[in-house]
Design a protein. Structure first.
Length: 238
């Protein structure tokens, strides 16, 4: 466990320098153990779209997210022999915030939201929580810069791919956005960055998005973890 922790610390340092995104653990305790305790309902992925107050261009955002979710769901099924996640409803839950984009900016982050702010906002307006045995929470924010991150059953990202990653190259595309969704969902489901960070064919590598979806893959070690997740199942199973 301490070795794992050390690895995570090392990874964190690496992320700060090279980030595709930030992998954050919000709480201690085992998500897998928590998840196993609830077998009454099908664990699903819930999708929220946070819309800040003021002039926010919402054109096409919902459709873009819906398509990304569909592509990502199919991609995971292809990678995992038919098993994939289930989305709780076909509608994206839109939440209109009282806060404007400018209220999130500060000296440290300039125009960017921080991961903590996203989580706090989502908590304020919904019953989002980390390590939730019933739901993985995928949160999108419209209309501002935000560096995507995920972990512990929760992920948050900008609805604009240009702002969703730090290096901002080769990813400002529709498939780039879809790759970000798949990547952050991977974190939320419990998988970390690729052992080979520069493997551009791994979803969890630094360049995991550039070849998505057709030439991007999950490593066997990723699959092993996902197969233990209650959120990953055959679509037809109860
Ligand atoms: Zn990442």
């Amino acid at each position: 466990m301490s070795e794992l922790k050390t690895n995570l610390e090392n990874m964190k340092i690496l992320f700060l320098a090279l980030s595709f995104c930030i992998f954050t653990r919000y709480s201690i305790g085992s998500p897998i153990e928590n998840l196993k305790t609830n077998v009454e309902s099908i664990p699903t992925v819930k999708v929220l779209l946070l819309i800040p107050k003021g002039e926010v261009n919402l054109d096409g955002i919902e459709e873009k997210i819906s398509i990304a979710l569909k592509v990502t769901k199919e991609w995971y099924a292809n990678q995992l022999g038919g098993r994939t996640f289930t989305i709780s409803t076909s509608n994206i839950e839109k939440i209109f915030l009282q806060e404007s984009v400018s209220q999130f900016a500060n000296e440290g982050t300039r125009k960017s939201y921080s991961a903590e702010i996203c989580y706090q906002l989502a908590q304020k307006y919904s019953n989002v929580k980390t390590d939730d045995p019933k739901n993985i929470w995928l949160v999108f924010i419209a209309g501002g810069e935000f560096i995507s991150h995920g972990g512990s059953g929760f992920a948050c990202m900008s609805s604009d791919p240009f702002y969703a990653v730090r290096h901002r190259t080769n990813i400002n595309t529709i498939t780039g956005f879809q790759a970000i969704v798949a990547h952050e969902l991977g974190h939320a489901l419990g998988i970390n960055h690729a052992e080979d960070w520069y493997n551009n064919r791994s979803l969890m590598g630094r360049w995991g998005g550039v070849l998505f979806p057709d030439k991007t893959f999950l490593l066997d070690s990723d699959k092993k973890i996902l197969f233990t997740s209650p959120f990953i199942r055959k679509p037809e199973s109860p």
